[in-house]
Design a protein around this ligand. Structure first.
Ligand SMILES: [Zn+2]
Length: 341
């Protein structure tokens, strides 16, 4: 809550101060000029119009009017930096760059933005197409136990065995601090941060989220592939990031892996839900919702991997059970892995 209010206040302050610095000065000049035209000073009342106008506007209006842009659309677009192509991913649909502050400042485009936005609000860029693009500074993982985040329990990432020898299983170095206010930040064209939050501790904010751009890229490309095949493409994320604590609840029962990629932020259990009934759609059009529909989705993901080997990872189709309908696990771990039905 403390963070929420702080962010709210600082965001309000920022937007207000931006507004002030950008508009108040030129607007005041314009208002002064208009007032002077309507109510010429006493020394001009007897003068001819032309003289009155010229002398009643001592402010250098001509210097400020180009900035006000009379007749020009009111837009700040021209002054906002544009995200570079590599920041948009293989899909071209990433809408956020996420990194530790040390990593982000290495990018010359981001460095000045990060210096400006040190008040806690995430700086924004634009995509070449005009979409908003967010620069998300990750919170160092050590702060997951700090006063701000300690109420949200995450458990511990494994540090033994494979976690000590294989980089992709090392505990994440940072996380996204998700608040009620920023949870709807777009991370790609069709996904928001909230889609990937662990489904626990609903009332505890802020939350810890680990999310990697590779899974976002892969899901966006999966949508494109489904569309190419003439299938519905709206993907619902049934389960994205899982904190180690949450993941541990299901290990051994439903077959959750002890080193599940869900804990590392590059996995998602998804189904196609164009009709938004909370269930997989009938992708093979056999009149039934079964694991066969999940296999259609998995086959589309296979084709994405064939086209984009950098996004290779785990794929598995699951049948329905009493808790959920059929779905597909997709991850971008960097090596091919297959299991499931
Ligand atoms: Zn999964």
């Amino acid at each position: 809550m403390k963070i929420d209010r702080f962010e709210l206040r600082s965001a309000k302050f920022l937007s207000r101060s931006k507004f002030l610095s950008k508009w108040v000065a030129p607007l005041a000049v314009l208002a002064a000029a208009l007032l002077a035209l309507a109510y010429p000073g006493p020394e001009n009342r007897s003068g001819v119009d032309g003289v009155a106008t010229a002398s009643a506007a001592p402010v250098p209006v001509s210097e400020t009017t180009p900035d006000i842009g009379v007749g020009r659309p009111v837009s700040t677009a021209s002054s906002e930096p544009v995200a570079s192509a590599d920041m948009l991913g293989l899909s071209g649909k990433l809408r956020a760059v996420m990194g530790t502050s040390d990593a982000l400042v290495q990018n010359p485009l981001l460095k000045p933005l990060l210096a400006e936005g040190s008040e806690g609000a995430w700086p924004r860029l634009l995509t070449p197409g005009g979409d908003s693009f967010t620069v998300v500074t990750l919170v160092p993982m050590a702060e997951a136990r700090s006063a701000d985040y300690a109420r949200y329990h995450v458990g511990s990432w494994p540090s033994d065995g494979i976690s000590g020898t294989v980089a992709r299983y090392a505990p994440p170095s940072g996380f996204i601090g998700v608040t009620q206010r920023n949870q709807d930040t777009k991370v790609s064209s069709n996904f928001e941060m909230r889609d990937f939050l662990t489904h626990d501790q609903g009332n505890v904010w802020p939350k810890v989220l680990v999310l990697r751009p590779t899974i976002l890229d892969k899901l966006e490309l999966l949508r494109v592939e489904l569309e190419r095949e003439g299938l519905p493409s709206r993907l619902h994320v049934m389960s994205g990031f899982r904190t180690p604590q949450y993941n541990a609840l299901g290990v051994g029962e439903g077959g959750r892996a002890g080193h599940s990629r869900h804990m590392y932020g590059d996995a998602a259990d998804v189904f196609v839900d164009a009709n938004q009934d909370g269930m997989m759609d009938d992708l093979n059009r056999d009149g039934k919702i079964t694991v066969a529909d999940a296999r259609v989705l998995r086959a589309a993901a296979e084709r994405v991997e064939e086209q984009y080997p950098a996004l290779v990872g785990g794929l598995a189709a699951y049948p329905a059970n009493s808790a959920h309908g059929p779905f597909v696990h997709v991850d971008a771990r960097g090596v091919k892995a297959r299991w499931g039905s």
